[in-house]
Design a protein around this ligand. Structure first.
Ligand code: GLC
Length: 482
């Protein structure tokens, strides 16, 4: 049995702020249990829901040298859906009201602590993974610590590591002196061939340099990040490591997201009966959100973190024009206040057409996927994107910009060949987006049979984890050596 340990800053259903949690929470379920023992380790946050905290069992604790102190490291565990989770507990680092703070120096201190604690916990748990699978900058120091300080120890010798980049924008950077002092790494690590980038210490860079393999969450993003535009300053390094860098597209949990069995929606439906049944969900949502009740109105959904990445400035730019059209727009999510306020403003201005829900709710997100006719995602960049996959699964037609995973998972409607699962545009341009939305409106209102065939093809597409989980397994096998 090969042993794999996922290390990450979040994992659904325990704690989630974004797509990372969905991937960490669902991929382990789809790795073949006959050959792999996959476990997951994340911090124990005080802001986890009480019902999830209630599932945690104390295992043990120890004290670890870190940042010039001896710090408490508690270990807890839980098994959900057959996946074995461990939690690293330290009251002072993980007891805030939210998962992340807005103090970048402190974030580095917290997650470098987590990274070191993960490795220190393994001998105590008696769990020696063959591969540690790290996710994003928060775990970037694991491959670094693993290669150097821990390799002297027989227990750690030969453990392989892989890092998956879910978002290159976040790298965990701070000045070298501070990071060196916090992490206790010797000064020769802080050179441009190791942790240093543009004079700062960079934890993600450390992970990319020291991991045995690097992956990201779609093929297109794997190519994009080797260019200056998407590379966030690390494109040179990624080009240099391109031999060890591959894209494996994310899947979604097809049990969690299933319009036939979804407990959150009023009217279940499937690929056969959506023509009749899906709009009943729309009616219920219109009622719930105070929109004009009309089965025939084209309803467009947005479920997103409200950040620059998601292309919301394009929407802001043409929102007044878009609201002249015969559509409804439903938004769910939180983020930067300028976008929160922008959507609140248009909700106020076009009350029966626009519904801005500036919070997050799993239940409402499922209702939006089930009720809307189209789903808008004009991202500036998108490593994979999961919402468009959820939309496809629910027969909701994605309208996306052709970048990263959006390009790989949504194929553009071609009216001459009768192909495609959604609508897309290439340039980061508000009117190009608007024209694409209007083309979708035209097909929706004037060529309904064609529209429904787009849905047929979207619902038939398979973005469950099956194929991608196999690719991860192959990579683990290759790293471990048969
Ligand atoms: C990040 C990316 C998103 C990706 C997710 C899971 O949230 O922004 O594109 O789908 O990670 O990999």
């Amino acid at each position: 049995m090969k042993k794999i340990l996922f290390a990450a800053s979040e994992g659904y259903p325990f704690i989630k702020t974004g797509g990372l949690a969905d991937v960490v929470g669902s991929l382990p379920k789809y790795i073949d249990k006959e050959y792999f023992d996959v476990r997951v380790i994340i911090p124990k946050y005080s802001c986890m829901k009480q019902e999830m905290k209630d599932k945690l069992q104390y295992v043990t604790h120890f004290y670890m040298d870190y940042n010039w102190q001896k710090l408490y490291v508690g270990i807890l565990e839980a098994i959900v859906d057959g996946v074995h989770y461990y939690f690293i507990d330290n009251e002072s680092y993980f007891s805030g009201f939210s998962v992340y703070t807005d103090d970048p120096r402190y974030e580095i201190e917290r997650y470098a602590f987590f990274s070191k604690a993960v490795l220190s916990a393994l001998p105590i748990l008696g769990f020696r993974p063959d591969v540690i699978h790290c996710h994003d900058w928060q775990t970037g120091l694991i491959p670094v610590y693993l290669k150097e300080r821990f390799q002297g120890d027989l227990f750690f010798r030969g453990i392989k590591s892989v890092i998956t980049i879910h978002n290159l924008k976040f790298q965990g950077k701070w000045d070298v002196k501070t990071v060196q002092s916090i992490t206790g790494l010797p000064s020769y690590y802080f050179t441009p061939d190791k942790l240093e980038a543009y004079k700062d210490a960079n934890l993600l860079k450390g992970g990319i340099v020291f991991a045995d393999a690097v992956t990201t969450v779609s093929d297109t993003y794997a190519e994009e990040i080797k260019t200056a535009f998407y590379g966030e300053g690390l494109d040179g390094l990624l080009r240099a490591r391109s031999k060890d860098l591959r894209g494996i597209v994310n899947g979604i949990d097809y049990e969690e997201f299933n319009p036939e069995t979804d407990p959150h929606i009023v009217k279940p439906y499937n690929a056969i009966n959506f023509r009749k049944e899906k709009c009943k969900n729309k009616r219920a949502l219109q009622q719930e959100l105070g929109l004009r009740e009309d089965d025939k109105k084209m309803m467009i959904g947005i479920v997103s973190r409200l950040t620059d990445q998601k292309g919301l400035d394009l929407i802001a730019y043409v929102m007044d024009e878009l609201c002249q059209d015969d559509i409804q727009l439903v938004v769910l999510g939180t983020g930067e206040s300028r976008y929160e306020n922008m959507f609140r403003h248009f909700d106020w201005k076009y009350g029966d057409k626009v519904s801005a829900n500036i919070y997050y709710s799993d239940a409402l997100s499922h209702k939006i996927y089930a009720s809307c006719d189209a789903f808008l995602m004009p991202s500036l960049f998108e490593p994979c994107g999961l919402s468009q996959l959820m939309a496809l699964r629910y027969g909701t037609v994605p309208i996306v910009r052709e970048t990263g995973g959006l390009k790989d998972t949504v194929s553009a409607y071609n009216e001459y060949e009768g192909t495609g699962t959604g609508f897309s545009f290439a340039n980061y341009n508000a009117h190009e987006m608007l024209a694409t939305i209007r083309y979708a409106e035209h097909i929706y209102y004037d060529r309904k049979r064609e529209w429904n065939k787009i849905i047929d093809r979207g619902m038939a597409a398979d973005f469950s984890w099956g194929v991608s989980a196999k690719k991860y397994q192959e990579m683990y096998d290759w790293l471990i050596g048969y």
